[in-house]
Each structure stands twice: as structure tokens, then as C-alpha cells.
Design a protein around this ligand. Structure first.
Ligand SMILES: [Zn+2]
Length: 74
């Protein structure tokens, strides 16, 4: 699976994503729906919410300002 990791204060081209505090938002590369992952819920891991998709997995571990990581796998 390709994996994309948001880095502090720098975002790579090609993926719509945002990371604020302990929450990250990703656009699923398959169905193009946006979903939010909270570092406080579900162990910081959540699949694409589209019931017909669910193929990508977003992760948000810790906070952006506290050395955490946010990533998307698809
Ligand atoms: Zn999807």
C-alpha cells in the first residue's frame, strides 16, 4: 500500500490533506470523499467512511505540535 505521511509544516504535492492539533483530514484517493481522523478516537485510526469504499486508512497519532504523525495508506 502506498503511504503518505504529513510532515511538520510541509505537505507534499498531490494529496488533499490537513492536520490541525490532534485531528487530520484526508481525501480518499479512490472515492475522493473527505474524512476526518481524530487522534483521540479509535486509536487514531479510521478507514474511509464511504460505505461503498473504505479502502484507504487514515491515521493520526499524537498532535501536530507535539511530535505526532498523520498518515494515509491506500
Ligand atoms: Zn474511499
Amino acid at each position: 500500500m502506498p503511504r503518505y505521511e504529513l510532515e511538520h509544516d510541509r505537505e507534499r504535492d498531490g494529496l488533499d490533506a490537513d492536520w490541525y492539533g490532534n485531528n487530520a483530514a484526508f481525501r480518499c484517493p479512490y472515492c475522493h470523499k473527505v474524512f476526518i481522523v481524530s487522534g483521540y478516537l479509535e486509536n487514531g485510526e479510521r478507514p474511509c467512511l464511504n460505505p461503498n469504499c473504505g479502502r484507504s486508512i487514515g491515521r493520526c497519532i499524537g498532535g501536530r505540535e507535539s511530535g505526532g504523525t498523520a498518515s494515509l495508506e491506500w
